[in-house]
Design a protein around this ligand. Structure first.
Ligand SMILES: *[C@@H]1O[C@H](CO)[C@@H](O)[C@H](O)[C@H]1NC(C)=O
Ligand SMILES: *[C@@H]1O[C@H](CO)[C@@H](O)[C@H](O)[C@H]1NC(C)=O
Ligand SMILES: *[C@@H]1O[C@H](CO)[C@@H](O)[C@H](O)[C@H]1NC(C)=O
Ligand SMILES: *[C@@H]1O[C@H](CO)[C@@H](O)[C@H](O)[C@H]1NC(C)=O
Ligand SMILES: *[C@@H]1O[C@H](CO)[C@@H](O)[C@H](O)[C@H]1NC(C)=O
Length: 535
């Protein structure tokens, strides 16, 4: 009779693909036609109240009812550069969730997994901005997106163990553990996870790689236009004391007291204080970000400079790709073309008078230089190198853009290849994306379409995860590139040889070469290039 009952049960309850069983209980997702979604699943306790400014605590509840996993993920509370108008506050403090997207593909029941770390300078952004619909059309991979704390709530630090910082990075790491443990319940292959991040997300992916045990969490990683050595990534100061002064916590030098006060303030007030850290427009674009924590910080994420970690050889030996676009710096240069409606001037005009004041914020030399004299000398030399004796103007715009590309995104790439080559064991790949978009970050920030910006920050990434803003019209070449990128990720997650391919091109491993091996990806295809020095 038992056997008959079991069969009856089995037949009565065919598995419902919308219901997923995880150790916390059952959750219900949504059918979106060609894929399923399971959104806003908590991986950590809400980082509110006493848990604000603390390392995330694993989510630890047993659901008595079916958890509703159909809500679009809310972004963590932030001062968002891309929000128009003067009030740029958005998002919520209770935001630590992952969202899982699974293709409907009857020919497969298990899928390799790609995990997305969003960009946004460690200050803003969120998983909802990166569309997955085109990705799901390929039907080949599960996509998981992580929300993590950003801005003051993600990174404010006093530099000691009371308020050590890096909460946003600790969130990501907890989420990666959640994914490793739980993705099997969604049909994901836990041994075939590839981590990809863009900009601050790319730098984050690199930080994870710099933990030896990352090899237990993922099989490979890709840092797109952002890595741990970019000058805007590591901050000299977590700026919690300044933050405290702005929100009315007084002039205290006592970290514990400050923390208590900061915990008592409304989240929106702390985040709106970002305004006071901006010198003009949204400059510097990351006033808060990762810091090196003291050795005695509880649950520290980063206690050594990335260069020292790499030099020690104590990092995960998994295949890694580090990339840039040919004009990444358009992200920084284009906003200088914006016209101030009051004065009719563009920031680029004003730059001629304010270069020595603004360059340290634009180029993040404040993070590495101690004295005003050093900064001034750096600003003078850099200007001379890129502009000679010309003025900052629309006419010299492309040289200014090149300056930003080199300093903020590109110079770090050969430096890292050298370091990984010397101290690492696993493959290191690189590509440069060189295929201008018609609508991208530069057009958006400058509100100009009459300038040929070239291939700007995000032009590649937004083809993998498309957005409404940047992908209104789909050119056939972009459709093709998008498919090739997605195939590249699938292969990277599945193959056991650690090789990487894009279209008909095999990436060359930098570990085996004395030259820099870079795959150039263009409108018409791809090409392996070797350089003594990146062009
Ligand atoms: C689940 O959440 C969605 C979105 O908020 C809502 O529309 C729906 O009614 C909820 N379903 C249940 C069963 O509560
Ligand atoms: C435009 O310039 C005025 C005067 O310098 C300044 O107060 C204002 O903040 C500027 N507007 C923007 C959008 O930056
Ligand atoms: C290339 O480098 C890898 C280390 O990343 C090494 O294991 C491999 O043997 C090298 N291959 C060739 C063809 O030299
Ligand atoms: C963008 O430029 C157009 C004119 O080219 C202008 O009408 C519009 O107000 C501008 N938008 C913003 C947000 O500055
Ligand atoms: C992404 O692209 C797909 C197909 O290419 C399109 O259907 C979808 O609307 C796009 N999503 C967004 C958010 O733009």
């Amino acid at each position: 009779a038992d056997a008959v009952d079991n069969i009856r049960l089995y037949w009565r309850a065919p598995s419902d693909p919308l219901i997923i069983n995880i150790p916390n209980g059952k959750l219900r997702g949504k059918d979106n036609g060609h894929y399923y979604s399971y959104e806003s699943i908590p991986y950590a306790e809400p980082p509110i109240g006493e848990l604000r400014f603390e390392a995330p605590q694993p989510y630890n509840h047993q659901w008595t009812e079916i958890f509703n996993a159909t809500e679009t993920p809310v972004s963590c509370v932030q001062w968002n550069q891309f929000q128009r108008g003067s009030d740029k506050l958005m998002g919520e403090e209770d935001c630590l969730t992952v969202s899982v997207y699974k293709p409907k593909n009857p020919s497969r029941d298990h899928f390799p997994v790609v995990v997305l770390l969003h960009g946004g300078s460690f200050m803003f952004g969120g998983s909802r901005i990166y569309g997955h619909s085109n990705f799901m059309q390929e039907g080949t991979m599960i996509v998981v997106k992580i929300n993590y704390r950003v801005g003051p709530l993600g990174f404010a630090s006093t530099g000691d163990k009371d308020l050590p910082g890096n909460y946003g990075l600790k969130d990501q790491r907890l989420a990666l553990r959640w994914i490793k443990e739980n993705i099997i319940h969604f049909g994901g292959m836990p041994d075939n996870i590839v981590l990809i991040g863009h900009s601050a997300g790319g730098a984050s992916a690199h930080f994870h790689l710099l933990h030896e045990d990352f090899s237990q969490l993922a099989k490979a990683a890709i840092s797109v236009s952002g890595n741990a050595l970019d000058p805007w990534v590591i901050h000299e100061s977590g700026r919690a004391f300044e933050l405290g002064r702005i929100v009315g916590c007084g002039e205290t030098t006592d970290s514990a007291k400050l923390k208590k006060c900061l915990k008592s303030k409304p989240a929106g007030e702390l985040v709106s204080a970002v305004r006071s850290f901006l010198v003009f427009s949204y400059v510097p674009f990351s006033p808060f970000g990762p810091v090196i924590e003291p050795k005695d910080a509880p649950e520290a994420f980063l206690t050594q400079h990335p260069i020292d970690i790499i030099t020690s050889g104590k990092f995960a030996q998994v295949p890694w790709a580090v990339t840039y676009t040919s004009e990444d710096g358009g992200y920084n240069a284009a906003q200088l073309l914006e016209t101030n409606q009051t004065t009719g001037e563009t920031w680029i005009d004003t730059l001629n008078d304010r270069w020595f004041d603004w360059a340290p914020y634009l180029l993040f030399s404040r993070n590495s230089m101690k004295t005003v004299r050093d900064m001034d000398e750096f600003s003078r030399n850099i200007r001379q190198q890129y502009l000679g004796d010309r003025r900052f103007s629309e006419e010299s715009y492309l040289d200014l853009q090149r300056m930003f590309t080199d300093i903020l995104f590109k110079n770090s790439v050969p430096k890292l290849i050298d370091l990984h080559r010397k101290y690492g064991k696993s493959p290191v790949y690189s590509f440069v994306y060189d295929n201008p978009s018609d609508v991208g970050v530069a057009q958006r920030l400058s509100n100009r379409t009459d300038i040929h910006f070239g291939t700007v920050h995000g032009d590649d990434f937004f083809l993998i995860f498309n957005t409404t803003t940047f992908r209104k019209t789909i050119r056939p070449d972009k459709e093709d590139i998008s498919k090739k990128f997605i195939k590249m990720l699938e292969d990277f997650a599945l193959n056991d040889k650690g090789t990487l391919t894009y279209g008909e091109c095999n990436f060359q491993n930098n570990m085996n070469s004395t030259k820099y091996e870079v795959l150039r990806i263009t409108r018409t295809g791809c090409k392996n290039e070797q350089y003594e020095q990146l062009p």
